[in-house]
Ligand binder design. Sequence first.
Ligand SMILES: [Fe+2]
Length: 341
Amino acid sequence: MTATEPNTKSPFPVIDFDGWLSSSSTATSRSKCAADLVRGCHESGFVYIINHGIPDNLLKEVFELSKNLFDLSHEEKMLAPHPPDPPWHRGYSSVGLEKVSSTLKEYKESYEVGSEHNLDAPPIWLPEAVLPGFRTFSTSFYWTMNAFSQQVLGVLAMGLGLSQQQTDEWKKAHTGNNNQLRLLHYPPLAAWEMEGGEMTRMPAHTDFGSFTLLLQDDCGGLQAEERASGTLEERRLSRQYIDVKPMDGAIVMNVGSLLTRWSNEYLEAPRHRVTLPPLSDRYEGEQRMTRERYSIPYFVSPDLDTMVETFPSCLEGENAQPKFEKIRWRDYMRMRAQGSY
Ligand SMILES: [Fe+2]
């Protein structure tokens, strides 16, 4: 069946990293890439990154691995259970365990991978025989994504006007030991269950790290809040969500709450959610069962003792005063994580 696109043009900017990563990049192409990324994040909160340098076959492989993982029996997956205490996310969470909202039932399962060097929250692995190669591949992929996130930090730093020293310090605070690779599976679900408003794939929320890099399959359903002007209350009342459509080969990036604080709200963390797929061929039968969805967010965060304080270059004009108190990331994360589990 041929898919019918509900929107022909993406409202989210496409940022070409070739101008930053290519061996023929110049000071001009790097500065354009930096300006494009920061403008895109400012205007939309979500952007697509193309020419990111992560090979297509690796992206394909991580989705295959994720499918193999979630195809295991419940008993097998429960050999690596998520620990009961927040805020650490490691191992397997079955459908219904994580709660972003207190009123909506969430129909998804996930497996979280962290750094093997993070002794506060070491990874939780399945026995090797249950899914051979899973540990090796996902650890390697975790660090591949971290290497790319260092590039993103460099681009953002230039776009936000940081000095070389500030850039180096910022990148150094992001050792990669506090990132999180999340494999997510949204099983098929009857559309009426979501339309009734009691069940969802992922309720609206903001991400609370530095930023998120997202890989998604072609199911669709991710939506971000449209940017609007006005006060917080006015915007809350006029809230509209628009599709962040799958784009083959692109990495979706969205701003996290720490970046909002560093940039004095110039880069605002967008609210987003996962709801019904927009395309009609993503449904089957009388029950309108939705196609299952796989997505893989990679949450980028600094080390826990990093002090998050507005960058001086983001304090100017009518935003000359910092809008946020300086805060230790460990304290902020704990505050935000309470209520998720
Ligand atoms: Fe999110």
